[in-house]
Design a protein around this ligand. Structure first.
Ligand SMILES: *[C@@H]1O[C@H](CO)[C@@H](O)[C@H](O)[C@H]1NC(C)=O
Ligand SMILES: *[C@@H]1O[C@H](CO)[C@@H](O)[C@H](O)[C@H]1NC(C)=O
Ligand SMILES: *[C@@H]1O[C@H](CO)[C@@H](O)[C@H](O)[C@H]1NC(C)=O
Length: 206
């Protein structure tokens, strides 16, 4: 069930997150203190949607408010192994690829995987529940539009028997969290209002 949820989740939130990610480079953003999420909109003119935008992420996903959309298709992802560098950006720890490991096709459009990074704890909620961590896989198309595929992790002891279910141990959380700047610990922005947005659901069993 958990896996299904990740896939649904990935498809539901394709756009909107990524544009905020790379522009953070070099900015003194924080997740607490004087440059915390409530101040992001004032840190830089290009960040004003953080205050005024009506399509902000993350959100809380309530199943009873989602719409089953039969037009949605499974994600087509073609990834291969690639050399990568673990990077501490101060506000998140992530992986940068020397060569892209592959791409994602949505409605015939090609989005190349550029980087991924973790949020600890998770940013998106499901039924008001917050997960231990969230991985954001950032893809970009030639026209610079972005798709972020997100995966949520439960906290549990590493258990190879359940390796299909995304889980993260306390030790792994500490490893990913400890290099972050002091104002960027717990790098999860609070949930944002839906403002009438519809969250579409893909269910491979229907
Ligand atoms: C990773 O880098 C090493 C050393 O440069 C190279 O031998 C290897 O083929 C690379 N692997 C991939 C998957 O590109
Ligand atoms: C997607 O774009 C990448 C990078 O430009 C390219 O290597 C790849 O072949 C493309 N894939 C498809 C299915 O068009
Ligand atoms: C949807 O479920 C939530 C609990 O997750 C409940 O609080 C809410 O009233 C429900 N809304 C509708 C429209 O059924």
């Amino acid at each position: 069930m958990a896996l299904q949820l990740f896939i649904i989740f990935a498809l539901s939130l394709l756009l909107g997150i990524a544009s905020a990610i790379d522009v953070f480079r070099g900015m003194e953003i924080g997740y607490s203190g004087h440059n915390g999420p409530g101040k992001w909109g004032k840190l830089n003119p290009t960040f004003s949607p953080c205050s005024t935008g009506k399509r902000q992420s993350p959100i809380n996903i309530q199943r009873n408010l989602t719409v089953h959309n039969k037009l949605l298709k499974p994600l087509t992802r073609n990834y291969e192994s690639a050399n990568a560098t673990l990077v501490n950006r101060g506000y998140s720890v992530g992986v940068r690829f020397e060569e892209s490991p592959g791409d994602l096709l949505i409605n015939g459009k090609n989005y190349t995987l550029q980087q991924f990074h973790w949020h600890l704890p998770a940013e998106h909620h499901i039924e008001g529940q917050r997960f231990a961590a969230e991985l954001h896989m950032v893809h970009r198309a030639a026209d610079n539009s972005a798709v972020v595929v997100s995966m949520l992790y439960h906290e549990s002891k590493a258990d190879p028997l359940f390796s299909m279910v995304m889980s993260i141990s306390k030790e792994q959380i500490t490893t990913l969290d400890s290099p972050l700047n002091s104002h960027c610990k717990k790098n999860a922005r609070p949930c944002q209002p839906l403002n009438g947005r519809e969250v579409d659901m893909y269910d491979e069993l229907k």
